[in-house]
Design a protein around this ligand. Sequence first.
Ligand SMILES: Nc1ncnc2c1ncn2[C@@H]1O[C@H](COP(=O)(O)OP(=O)(O)OP(=O)(O)O)[C@@H](O)[C@H]1O
Ligand SMILES: [Mg+2]
Length: 508
Amino acid sequence: MFGKRTSDPSSQAGPAPKPMAPSPTAPKSMASATPAPSPKPAAAKQAPQPEAQAAQAKPTPEPESTLQRGHSEEYYDVKTTVFNALIDTIDLTQLAKLDASAAREEIRDIVSEIIQVKNVVMSIAEQEELLEDICNDILGYGPLEPLLARDDIADIMVNGAGMTYIEVDGKVQETGVRFADNVQLMNICQRIVSQVGRRVDESSPICDARLPDGSRVNVIAPPLAIDGAALTIRKFKKDRLRLEQLLQFGSITPQAKTILEIIGRVRCNVLISGGTGSGKTTLLNCLTGSIDHDERVITCEDSAELQLQQPHVVRLETRPPNLEGEGEITMRNLVKNCLRMRPERIIVGEVRGPEAFDLLQAMNTGHDGSMGTLHSNSPREAISRLESMIMMGGFALPVKTIREMIVGSIDIIIQASRLRDGSRKVTHITEVLGMEGEVVTLQNLIVYEIEGEDEHGKLIGHHRSTGISRPRFWERAEYYNEQNRLAKALAESEVFDEHGNPVGDDNA
Ligand SMILES: Nc1ncnc2c1ncn2[C@@H]1O[C@H](COP(=O)(O)OP(=O)(O)OP(=O)(O)O)[C@@H](O)[C@H]1O
Ligand SMILES: [Mg+2]
């Protein structure tokens, strides 16, 4: 078997084996023995190959109960000793030449042998778990692997070695997942960001990256993060939610779904507003579902998340500066370049800076049906956020001119919200009407109203129309022959009070 130690000392990546008797005081030296990309000798230099493969071949998810309760101290002690013995036995250089599944097999054989030789008492199930853990440490992202393998998790939030939270079904919960220590956590962060050619350490402690599966990663390391590196992962969904599913979840009504489809199809310029993780990108992706297949669409994103179904799509992504601080390509660079690419629609993943100006200009100059998302808590606030982005971008324009530009460009603002019970809703479909003096006037078409809460803490509420039967984009709808569907959806969204009167228009 190749796995036995070679005479080449550079292949030894760890200390000598420890005595196997699990002792609660055994030092947790596992992390320092974990082969990390940078600080290790020759053997470790080749290690990234199986790491990358392992990241694609995800292990089977760990049972949820283990994730929640975590492991005992004893388990970690046994793991440390087995791990150290393994590192001492295995030839990492040879291991690096294998593909992920062969490497796993090899590790499995050696670990079983170690367990036998050292007489560790373990059930088959415990042994399997230990094996999986050790494979993850050597080949993948360590304790993160079981979380990454689960499809129901939206976000993974690691706050230092001892604390990991996840978001499932809109609710944040703590897991039992923990890292051996902050060194192991930093090694894993390093492993993640090195895949996109970046580095995270004390001198550059903030870093954005992406996992091979497309998940969005942010790392902020000590000394900025006081209690150990904070790692945040927005899990990439292989299949983004569609409007049909938002309907099933109660995020929208069938009528609101129809209205959103029409808005997407008839080429309204749309801004999707919402807080962090409220479902903006998901909604944007849903709206793009109504784009005709013969339209040329260009998407600009910081981290490519959108999954357009159309054939004629050009996807662009910004680029952070390199280690020397050069070569950055900003969202503004992309949006400006887009205009020279004969786009029919421009989709900006997230508007957060001076690119707001270019997007508005594009919307204003024949690229109807362009869309973007923006962080804000209400349609009204979205307008002022846009305004300040333009002002802070150094455009010396009077406020009134900026507002006129906004009014002339944006047709619809869709507000997404994550409510306190964890559910996500479209809370407003709002039209930008015009200006009254210096004030931008808005008109809600559909609003979500909270009525109360059931015994399980779930919010009860309903969507309703505000009674507008002829929205401003009516002519567009007529042009695309969608006016009847639109009128019907709006009429059916009306809610009546106990006297049979429509619940009033709150647009005043
Ligand atoms: N209506 C919904 N119902 C249930 N889950 C949803 C809904 N909309 C989005 N999600 C889920 O919520 C998570 C966050 O969604 P999304 O990425 O669209 O949010 P975001 O507002 O773009 O976040 P960010 O501000 O970080 O960019 C995803 O996992 C997504 O699948
Ligand atoms: Mg987003």
